[in-house]
Design a protein around this ligand. Structure first.
Ligand code: VAH
Length: 300
């Protein structure tokens, strides 16, 4: 919907598979329900609509990918390959969402450099590193204008959590509004980079509309907006909901995934090469999330 607000409903083709699309998406422009592993369906849509840029977001996330690694490889890699092949065939640009999950326990965890070791410990992270390499290959070998961002945990009041390790930073708001209490599956001191969804969307559009000649990197840019622990997030929520309490019931799988990721990345390359500058910090994000989710839950 953000792309339609920016470029016009009829100029943005939306596609999805797993979830029922919201009515505003169905009513504001073309929508297709199909599996990104269906190469022919993808090529048909890209060709018929003369797509010029593909924002490719289909992926299984970190925690669910550890449960279904073979399916995650199929969706995350073969889906991307089909997107890159369609881009090669029809001359499209491609946006690829990588992740801080593309780093692993051997990566410097503080001020993680733009160019550093990437040996992720999860299948999800392996698909993200592979995706970055594949996108750069298609740019070098076939001239596809592929660009990407290593997103931190993304926080949205629109999309419900989808099986990621950073889902706690969304779940907590629903539980805070509903029950004034949250049982967090990560340790209180688990520090991770995070970003509010409006910033994440703006960053993708800003990267894809930047002058490609100014880019020294492409896949993918480190990017972050804020950095906090569950304890700090809970404390900020308590400034708005004084009765809110949090407990910790650790999920060892997701804790191990979070512990393998950087604590805080250096995103100076994104700031220098295409002017990245986040708008939302912790307090503004919490205030907006609580307000939006209060309305959402009141509407049923
Ligand atoms: C996940 N939300 O938790 C995603 C993201 C950095 C985290 O890649 O899997």
């Amino acid at each position: 919907m953000a792309l339609r607000g920016r470029f016009g409903g009829e100029n943005v083709v939306a596609a999805g598979y797993n979830r029922q699309p919201p009515n505003d998406l169905l009513q504001s422009g073309p929508y297709y329900g199909f599996d990104v592993r269906d190469r022919l369906a993808l090529q048909q849509i890209v060709g018929d609509h003369r797509i010029d840029t593909i924002f490719h977001l289909a992926s299984l996330l970190s925690a669910v990918a550890e449960v279904k690694p073979q399916q995650a490889w199929d969706i995350n890699i073969n889906g991307l390959l089909h997107v890159l092949e369609a881009a090669r065939q029809f001359g499209c640009a491609v946006f690829f969402p990588s992740s801080i999950g593309a780093f692993g326990p051997d990566t410097p965890a503080i001020d993680t450099p733009q160019d550093t070791i990437q040996r992720p410990a999860t299948l999800y992270g392996i698909t993200k590193v592979t995706g970055e390499l594949l996108c750069d290959y298609y740019h070098r070998r076939f001239g596809v204008d592929a660009r990407g961002l290593r997103y931190p945990g993304l926080i949205s009041h629109v999309t419900l959590p989808g099986g990621g390790t950073t889902d706690y930073a969304v779940d907590i708001f629903y539980e805070a509004v509903r029950h004034r209490h949250y049982d967090c599956f990560l340790r209180a001191d688990t520090r991770l980079d995070m970003m509010y969804m409006p910033d994440a969307i703006d960053a993708a559009i800003q990267l894809m509309t930047a002058d490609g000649r100014q880019l020294h990197h492409r896949n993918a840019f480190n990017i972050t907006a804020m950095n906090f622990t569950p304890q700090q997030l809970a404390a900020e929520i308590q400034t708005h909901l004084p009765g809110f309490t949090i407990d910790y019931r650790i999920d060892p799988v997701r804790q191990a995934i979070a512990d393998s990721w950087p604590r805080q990345v250096d995103d100076s390359a994104a700031r220098a090469e295409w002017g990245w500058q986040p708008r939302y910090q912790l307090s503004q994000m919490v205030e907006d999330m609580l307000a939006k989710i209060t309305v959402k839950l009141a509407q049923g």
